[in-house]
Structures are given as structure tokens and as C-alpha cells.
Design a binder for this molecule. Structure first.
Ligand code: ADP
Length: 317
């Protein structure tokens, strides 16, 4: 790898070392980085960074145009993770997809965190049972991750509870900057786990937006908030691309009673998130333990709804 890096323009042994230290240890990792990020971390000029990234893109054969067939080939590697509810899976075309961000938004108690827990368990199942035989990373911003709940769900699937917990890597994010840092650390962790012969196929961020919403209040800070969220999401996309992993992020709905205009059930984050989350699910409560998931703006699935239940065993039809 080191030698490959030294073939890049303007990269000598010292810069190659710095690249390696900063997780830019493959042409792919460099190819999907941004010039400002690369120049800051590796301590090189932005112009040099641009040249390095360009060359890495050519070498790694990514970042340019691809034919439809090539894309189809890449999409053939897409994996799906079951929600454990058949009808919900049908709505999604088989489960949540790798190489994709799935966004779930809905009001408090609509089931976002429960689904996140369920998928962290389901991803561990073998392929024939709807999983990807892999581990999960869980970034928790509201202290809502509950190992006890994971155990319950594992038990109902007759899985070893401790083993299941061992395969979920949880980090608590204390503020938006910390959250952004953790999404970068997730990449390092996934790489390490890969080297150990295991896989991470699911990155959960619950909630994606709560810190951003709390910290950037008022009209004046809206642009900055969107910019930060945008950067954060790019990091998430990078993760899904590098590891052929699924990302599942949750989002609250705006509940601003002062807003007479506009839809009160709009997700926080507005357009930026809309353009990056390939699958958007709007969740709402129904009678008792029933919930309704609505698929909105999917690139290749028809809009539609599905009813599921939340029970002790987890998410089911
Ligand atoms: P959100 O993340 O959208 O705010 P949650 O995913 O936390 O909502 O959903 C909370 C709901 O999940 C609770 O109102 C309850 O109905 C259900 N729930 C949570 N834990 C259990 C459990 N152990 N057994 C059955 N239902 C549960």
C-alpha cells in the first residue's frame, strides 16, 4: 500500500507515512476524501491535495462516469437487512440496503429507536435469514441505546444474547462536533474489524439531527447547521461506499406550533438530507402497538405504506 501511495504525484515517503497514519491508507480512501480534509490532516497545500486526489481517483477508478452496466454490477453487490417484519420488508424491496442511507423520521415514540435496535440485531443473522452475517456500529446521541432491549430481541431469535451484544459497537455522541468525529472514527473501527476478519455492514445514527437542532438555533445559524450536516452526511456516504454497508439514520419532525405555514410533519434537516437519504421512511403511531411506515421519495420503489408492530420480541408484522 505504502508503495502505491508513493506513486501519487507529490507524495514522498514522509507524506506517504502521514497518509497512512491518518487512515488515507488506500487509493480508494484518498479518492473519496475532500481537498480541505486531506490538506489539513496530512499537512500539505490544498493544491497538492487536489492533485493527489485526482491521481488517486484515476488509479482507483472511482469518482468519474460509469456505464449503466458497471453500476448494475456494483449494485449487484448490494446487501439487504431484514426489518423482521415481512410487510415492512416488502415496502423496502427486501429490507434496508447497503451502499445507501435510509432515513427514518417521525414524532417521539413512533418507533425509530426500536427499529434501529432491531436492525442492529438483524444484520448479524445469516443471509438466508435476512441478515448479512455482520456487526453494527451504533452512534447514540440521546442516550436511548438499551443493551437490555437488544438482549430481549436476541432471545426471541434464539441467538446468544452476549454474542449479539458483542457485535454492536456503541458510542455516545455528546454534541454535534463529537458526533461528526465519531462518524470518522467509525471508519477506522470498521477497517480494524475488517482486518480481524469480521465485517461491519450497518452504521446507525440515532438521532442524526438532535444535536444539530439543539446547537444551531435561530434563522441566522441555519446555513451553518446545514453545512455541517452536509459534511457529516458525506462522511456517512463514504462509509457506506467503502464498506458496502447500510446506514440507518433517524430524524425528528419539526413540531413548531408557531409555524402556521408549511407541513408540521416535515423532517428536520430539510432538503439537504432529502437529497442524500435515498430511502426516507415517515413513521407514525397507530392503534396500540401498531405503527405505520410510509416510504417517500424512493428512487426505484413505489410510494406506499406498511403496518408493523412493536412487541417484546421486536419489530414484527
Ligand atoms: P422514537 O425513537 O421514534 O422516539 P421508540 O423507538 O423509542 O420511538 O419507540 C418507543 C415505543 O416502543 C414505546 O412507546 C413502546 O410502545 C415500544 N417499546 C419499547 N420497548 C418495548 C418493549 N420492550 N416491548 C414492547 N414495546 C416496546
Amino acid at each position: 500500500q505504502q508503495e502505491k501511495l508513493e506513486d501519487l504525484p507529490g507524495v514522498g515517503p514522509a507524506t506517504a507515512d502521514k497518509l497512512m497514519e491518518n487512515e488515507f491508507d488506500s487509493l480508494e480512501a484518498i479518492a473519496v476524501s475532500s481537498p480541505s480534509e486531506l490538506s489539513a490532516k496530512v499537512d500539505i497545500g490544498e493544491k497538492t491535495a487536489i492533485n493527489i486526489i485526482d491521481a488517486a481517483r484515476k488509479e482507483a477508478d472511482i469518482g468519474g462516469f460509469e456505464t449503466g452496466n458497471k453500476l448494475l454490477e456494483k449494485r449487484a453487490n448490494i446487501g439487504k437487512i431484514t426489518t423482521m417484519a415481512d410487510d415492512f420488508d416488502r415496502l423496502l424491496g427486501g429490507g434496508i440496503e447497503t451502499q445507501t442511507i435510509t432515513e427514518m423520521y417521525g414524532e417521539y415514540g413512533s418507533g425509530k429507536t426500536q427499529i434501529a435496535h432491531q436492525l442492529a440485531v438483524a444484520v448479524q443473522l445469516p443471509k438466508e435469514k435476512g441478515g448479512l452475517n455482520s456487526n453494527a456500529i451504533y452512534i447514540d446521541t440521546e442516550n436511548s441505546f438499551r443493551p437490555e432491549r437488544i438482549k430481549q430481541m436476541a432471545r426471541s431469535l434464539e441467538l446468544d444474547e452476549d454474542e449479539v451484544l458483542d457485535k454492536i459497537y456503541v458510542a455516545r455522541a455528546y454534541n454535534s462536533n463529537h458526533q461528526m468525529l465519531l462518524s470518522e472514527k467509525a471508519r477506522e473501527l470498521a477497517k480494524k474489524i475488517k482486518e480481524e476478519g469480521e465485517k461491519i455492514k450497518l452504521l446507525i445514527i440515532d438521532s442524526l439531527t438532535s444535536h444539530f437542532r439543539a446547537e444551531y438555533v435561530g434563522r441566522g445559524s441555519l446555513a451553518e447547521r446545514q453545512q455541517k450536516l452536509n459534511k457529516h452526511l458525506h462522511e456517512v456516504i463514504k462509509f457506506t461506499d467503502l464498506f458496502n454497508a447500510a446506514a440507518l439514520v433517524t430524524n425528528q419532525v419539526q413540531s413548531n406550533p408557531d409555524a402556521f405555514f408549511g407541513d408540521p410533519t416535515r423532517p428536520v434537516g430539510g432538503n439537504i438530507l432529502g437529497h442524500m437519504a435515498t430511502y426516507r421512511l415517515y413513521l407514525r403511531k397507530s392503534k396500540g402497538d401498531k405503527r405505520i411506515a410510509r416510504l417517500v421519495d424512493s428512487p426505484c420503489m413505489p410510494e406506499g405504506e406498511s403496518v408493523f408492530t412493536i412487541g417484546e420480541e421486536g419489530i414484527r408484522d
